[in-house]
Design a protein around this ligand. Structure first.
Ligand code: A3D
Length: 320
């Protein structure tokens, strides 16, 4: 069986880390694409030269022409501009929308059957735009945000409880970042829900609220520390988890930005936003719908409406 072909559109901080992780996990051959001349070629050659040391067999190449992504099985999109200190993700809409237009065209012409993972911010609206421009079926595209938001939540919870990150599960819904909706009653330590852990005296509600706020601000905390650019190691690891679930038909249940249909999750219209889904060889195979209590539904609606607002802005810019 031939190796899988994975295209990385955008070869910046996340793109480079994705490329490295794909080699370490031997997931397939990698084509790195970017508009910056020499960058994808240089990074691809550098990582290729690490493969004899690691003992892995993956081919690497870099390109500035979309024909190089022809026939890709998976495309992970990080092309665009990241935030600078003081900027919100939403400030990136106009500039990254144009980027999604060219990326979507490149996918449409070269690999319309690929499974697409979008990471470019503002995430939920960029997934909508990329689906619009590429025309790929909606079950074959999803956005990475929930895996990262829940990984941040899990990290902080594991620190608070002094337990292994492996035994902490977290459940988040909604758009990326500020409007994300962490569901405490579905987040656990080895199956024990967070509200029970508060009752057991493992933590206090105040501390839990602070952790939730730190998770929401998790991206900004790193942007402020780095001063140039935004987080890339954990975002790349999260994108790889989604691509791997598809490539290996793992049927993993992961929070991803996908199209939530009208009539589900209390929504009157379709909207791309983060919900738990099953990812396997069929792409997004199932959207897992859970019952929300009043407070959770309010949070989810707020998040979905924030995405709708940005889609409206994007449509205005696109003249549609
Ligand atoms: P960066 O290191 O700047 O890489 C972006 C790359 O995109 C650069 O190499 C650019 O040359 C390239 N690029 C720009 N325009 C185009 C184009 N039209 N076609 C192809 N390539 C282009 O950024 P990064 O890798 O740190 O971040 C990439 C994106 O991911 C940004 O939009 C971030 O905001 C976003 N991001 C999202 C999350 C989520 O959780 C959703 C987390 C972290 C970063």
């Amino acid at each position: 069986m031939a190796r899988k072909k994975i295209a990385l559109v955008g070869s910046g901080n996340i793109g480079g880390t994705l490329a490295h992780l794909i080699g370490l996990k031997e997931l397939g051959d990698v084509v790195m694409f970017d508009i910056a001349e020499g960058v994808p070629q240089g990074k691809a050659l550098d990582i290729l030269q690490s493969t004899p040391v690691e003992g892995v067999n993956c081919a690497y190449s870099g390109a500035n022409d979309y024909s190089a992504i022809k026939g890709s099985d998976v495309v992970i999109v990080t092309a665009g501009v990241p935030r600078k200190p003081g900027m919100s993700r939403d400030d990136l809409v106009g500039i990254n929308l144009k980027v999604m237009e060219s990326v979507g065209k490149g996918i449409k012409e070269n690999c319309p059957d690929a499974f697409i993972v979008c990471i470019t911010n503002p995430l939920d609206v960029m997934v909508w735009a990329l689906q619009h421009f590429s025309g790929v079926p909606k079950n074959m595209i999803c956005g990475m945000a929930g895996v990262l938001d829940s990984a941040r939540f899990r990290t902080f919870l594991a620190e608070e409880f002094n337990v292994s990150v492996e035994d902490v599960t977290a459940f988040v819904l909604g758009g990326h970042g500020d409007t994300m909706v962490p569901l405490a009653r579905y987040s656990t330590v080895a199956g024990i829900p967070l509200p029970d852990l508060v009752k057991m005296g493992w933590t206090t509600q105040e501390k839990l609220d602070k952790i939730i706020q730190r998770t929401r601000d998790g991206g900004a905390e790193i942007v402020n520390l780095l001063k140039t650019g935004s987080a890339f190691y954990a975002p790349a690891a999260s994108g790889i988890a989604m691509a791997e679930a598809y490539l290996k038909d793992k049927k993993r249940v992961l929070p991803c930005a996908v199209e939530v249909k009208a009539g589900t999750y209390g929504q009157a219209d379709d909207v791309f936003v983060g919900v738990p889904v099953v990812i396997g060889a069929g792409g997004v195979e199932r959207v897992v719908e859970i019952e929300l209590n009043a407070e959770e539904q309010t949070g989810f609606n707020k998040s979905a409406d924030a995405v709708r607002g940005l889609v409206k802005t994007a449509k205005g810019l696109m003249g549609i």
